[in-house]
Design a protein around this ligand. Structure first.
Ligand code: NAD
Length: 324
């Protein structure tokens, strides 16, 4: 059998994998993430199956190659956690899941946008402290009067745009490769106009190392309205997190919600809750800004529909690898 070891495996995935199990594949499930410390676990397998917060840098890929592991699968849309140059040099084959239900991430971005725009996190945090006075931060225009800016109008961005369109918001989009035929859903604008006009700015831009690192930075934040909120369900690396922290602190933007954070393998997908020890870390600084800043633990694809798609496409990837 073609032996695959799956890392960062959640309990709800195992049943799905087993239900779909195709003849010829033997799955081994590990709940822990692949790191430098536990690389020994991959010995004896034909392939590894990863998720976003697993380490597949040159060191780990070289080690896998030494042990004869030719296949590196990831059940994620983003594949920036895999050093493609190293894999190529080792002759390793990398396969990913180009798409699953885009609404998995779009629904989350939509919800986070509503939460931060209406100051729901702040309202809940106050009532937890028995402060039941309405906070002016919750006094905002209704959906029908909001403008939402979608940066990156690919599969996920467009799915979020449809949700906002459906509740009556005005939707602006920016993308270097605009799509035809979506005039009913959104209006394309320059990045500058989008940032200046939007009440909610939602990022859906893929990260390409060395190309768009930290492109969403102080200049972009300065263009946003002080009443506007930023949502990132794409990748932390496309933003300058320090600039976001500074902008929230200074009141240059009203709030921030993120499903992604730099160094996220230290926190997300751990078997036990992860302690945040370093007060200067981005995570600690985000937590200190709660409820203006909220963090979700990379749950964009954590839906029933997406899970089903991720697992069936992963099996197709294994089957294609076997065919060569
Ligand atoms: P996609 O390839 O369908 O769309 C990406 C779009 O971004 C493209 O239209 C592209 O032209 C555009 N783009 C590229 N550079 C840009 C820039 N500088 N400014 C504006 N637009 C730009 O990808 P997708 O399926 O919509 O996924 C988007 C990203 O979401 C993924 O790359 C991944 O990093 C992230 N993601 C996150 C989760 C999660 O769990 N939070 C899950 C899946 C995907």
């Amino acid at each position: 059998a073609f032996k695959i070891i799956s890392f960062g495996t959640r309990d709800n995935e195992v049943a799905h994998f087993d239900a779909l199990n195709k003849e010829g594949f033997e799955m081994t499930y590990k709940s822990e993430n692949l790191t430098h410390d536990n690389i020994d676990l991959v010995k004896g397998f034909d392939g590894v199956l990863l998720r976003a917060n697993n380490v597949a840098d040159k060191q780990n890929l070289d080690q896998m190659a030494e042990w004869g592991i030719k296949y590196v699968f990831t059940r994620t849309v983003g594949y920036n956690h895999i050093d493609l140059d190293a894999a190529k040099a080792n002759g390793q084959i990398v396969a990913y899941v180009p798409a699953y239900s885009p609404y998995a991430v779009a629904d989350l971005a939509f919800g986070l946008g509503i939460m931060q725009n209406r100051n729901l996190s702040g309202a809940v945090a106050s009532s937890e402290k028995s402060d039941f006075r309405p906070n002016p931060a919750s006094f905002v225009p209704e959906f029908q009067s909001l403008t939402v800016g979608i940066l990156g109008t690919g599969k996920i961005g467009l799915a979020e745009a449809k949700l906002w369109k459906g509740v009556g918001a005005k939707v602006l989009g920016y993308d270097p490769y605009p799509k035809d035929g979506i005039e009913d859903i959104l209006t394309y604008a320059s990045m500058e106009d989008l940032l200046k006009e939007s009440d909610i700015v939602s990022l859906h831009v893929p990260y390409f190392k060395g190309s768009n690192d930290k492109f969403f930075a102080a200049d972009q934040l300065k263009m946003m309205k002080s009443s506007a909120v930023l949502v990132n369900t794409a990748r932390a690396e496309i933003t300058d997190e320090d600039a976001i922290i500074a902008a929230v602190k200074a009141g240059d933007i009203k709030g921030f919600a993120t499903d992604v954070i730099s160094n996220e393998s230290a926190y997300f997908g751990q078997v036990e809750p992860a302690a945040v020890k370093d007060a200067s870390s981005t995570m600690a600084q985000f937590q200190a800004l709660y409820p203006k800043v909220v963090v979700t633990p990379h749950i964009g694809s954590y839906t029933e529909n997406a899970l089903h798609d991720m697992i069936s496409i992963s099996y197709q990837n294994f089957a294609n690898a076997l065919k060569g």
